[in-house]
Design a protein around this ligand. Structure first.
Ligand code: DQA
Length: 519
């Protein structure tokens, strides 16, 4: 792997090393360099049997990259619980031995800076850090806290929080854009991930990533920072797009949309957004920087009420999977790209097998067929409206029978109680479409219907795309049935989204290549 290249922003990519032995840490430093990191963070508190004189010499003499030395005490969330003076002495020693950055916690920073005259040192920069356990419960104003950290004489300030909601991150973005001193600020956990990924946009000094084979929980890999997110290309003008979903980490959207943006020279970044509360989310992220969204589980229907306008197709389906913030007036406009994506994926698979629906030259290979849909949520609604538009008759199953009935009514189909699904006998040549998360990673082994009935269908489609070949598709294939993977729908809906996000024409072949090679 090569270097991350010349950063368009000033953000540096840092790898925290939390190994137990000095040898492993040295090895990881080299690995980090190979993978393109700009610096590493040495977490001394993770070392077992740490001998400051001996080990710091070894670490700092062998460093292939600049280092930030951290010796985190238990009282600040680290592992060290020994004598405080020994801890601080080790940090001072690291400074004398040539560490480029040394990290002192806010609680001790002023004293130590004054006592050791650290304001006047040469090569080593002082990071003053603070962990905030819950931004919202913080008694002090965040900017006041930053001012306090700044007044210690720090060269860099590091503020880490554990966001419990994505909306809290907007305060971090605000701080990053307004702070007078170089600031590292991010939130941990799945809900905090975008504070890392968007750091370069708002002026964050470091973005943290982990090296291959030594994944630090909650941190993106260096490879994904570079290949998926392209952090080196993000700047203040970068438009932010994201997948609003819960859960969200399963999505392959980032590895498809980001390289495609770069391929056509569009200055955008696409990130996973773990959203708990749609209303709060849209209230907080109203700036034009947040330019558009994909919408995933479980929000495709609920999100409609937050759109200022909804495209007629999405309106009739009752589900939105794409939102664009219109340039001219900032209004949120909702669309549905799932519908055509899923139906054309099924149609094309049938056409490719020569199944053109008899001699009658009907408009679609599914015209007149029974379309058995499992799952009446957002994706299911899109599928059934698509099926209806092609003249198929829709049979709906959902664990929520009322929901199934409502959808059946909307597409002039029939709803059948879920319990009947395992013994359900479809019409000859019927289409089976799974639009539930059954079979999705990590519950990969489950299928929504009984295996014995699979051979009765002419084609089986699964909207789940992680894994690419679900158990349902494997079983259907084994039963000799044509299968259509959710990956095909995923690709097609993303093509539609790309067009809406950028106002341009998606490079479909390029996107297909990514899907074939990376999914
Ligand atoms: O259903 C899906 C999948 C998706 O939610 C994802 O997981 O990336 C993205 C949505 O746009 C799409 O409609």
């Amino acid at each position: 792997m090569g270097s991350l290249g010349v950063l368009r922003n000033t953000t540096m990519v840092c790898v925290p090393l939390m190994r137990h032995s000095v040898e492993q840490m040295v090895g990881d430093m080299y690995q980090a360099k190979i993978e393109g990191a700009d610096l590493v963070e040495l977490r001394l508190d993770c070392l077992k049997e740490f001998n400051p004189q001996r080990d710091l010499q070894t670490l700092l003499r062998n460093k292939p990259l600049p280092v930030a030395v951290v010796y985190r005490p238990k009282w600040e969330g680290g592992l060290y619980d020994g004598d405080e003076n020994s801890r601080l002495e080790a940090l001072l020693l690291a400074k004398d031995l040539g560490a480029e950055y040394v990290d002192f916690e806010l609680q001790v920073a002023s004293d130590i800076m004054e006592k050791h005259n650290l304001n006047h040192r040469k090569n080593c920069k002082i990071i003053v850090s603070c962990f905030v356990d819950g931004i919202t419960s913080l008694k002090e104003d965040l900017s006041h806290l930053v001012t306090r950290m700044q007044s210690t004489g720090a060269d860099l300030i590091k503020l880490v929080t554990n966001a419990t909601d994505i909306t809290e991150l907007s305060r971090i973005f605000h701080l990053l854009s307004h702070c007078q001193v170089p600031l590292i600020a991010y939130s941990t956990g799945e809900r905090g991930l975008i504070s890392q990924l968007l750091g370069p946009k708002f002026g964050g000094v470091f973005v943290y990533g982990s090296i291959e084979g030594n994944q630090v929980p909650g941190l993106p890999s260096l490879a994904s920072l570079r290949e998926a997110y392209g952090v080196e290309n993000i700047d203040a003008d970068t438009k932010v797009f994201g997948l609003i979903s819960k859960p969200v980490s399963h999505s392959k959207g980032p590895i498809l949309h980001n390289p495609t943006f770069r391929h056509v020279g569009f200055n955008g970044v696409y990130v996973p957004m773990f959203v708990d509360d749609l209303k709060q989310f849209f209230n907080v992220y109203e700036s034009p920087d947040f330019a558009g969204y994909s919408v995933g589980i479980p929000y495709k229907e609920a999100v409609m009420e937050f759109c200022d306008e909804v495209h007629p197709l999405a309106q009739s389906i009752g589900a939105v999977n794409t939102i664009v913030k219109r340039h001219s007036d900032g209004k949120l406009v909702g669309y549905n790209t799932d519908c055509e994506a899923s139906i054309t994926a099924i149609e094309d698979a049938l056409k490719a097998r020569g199944l053109v629906n008899g001699e009658a030259l009907l408009p679609s290979p599914i015209t007149g067929k029974q379309f058995v849909l499992v799952g009446a949520g957002g994706a299911g609604r899109a599928l059934s409206f698509g099926a209806k538009s092609r003249g198929a008759s829709v049979t709906v199953f959902d664990i929520d029978y009322e929901r199934a009935k409502a959808l059946a009514l909307a597409v002039s189909g029939e709803a059948i109680p879920f319990e009947a699904l395992s013994n359900f006998q479809p019409e000859k040549g019927a289409v089976l479409a799974n639009a539930t998360p059954i079979g999705m990673h990590p519950n990969k082994d489950r299928i929504p219907v009984s295996e014995e009935t699979l051979r009765d269908y002419s084609v089986v489609f699964d909207a789940v795309y992680t894994p690419r070949k679900t158990t349902l598709l494997k079983d259907a294939e084994a039963a000799g049935v044509i299968t259509v993977s959710g990956v095909e729908m995923f690709l097609r809906q993303a093509v539609g989204q790309f067009n809406l996000f950028t106002g341009g024409k998606a490079p479909e072949e390029f996107m297909r290549e990514i899907v074939l090679s990376k999914f």
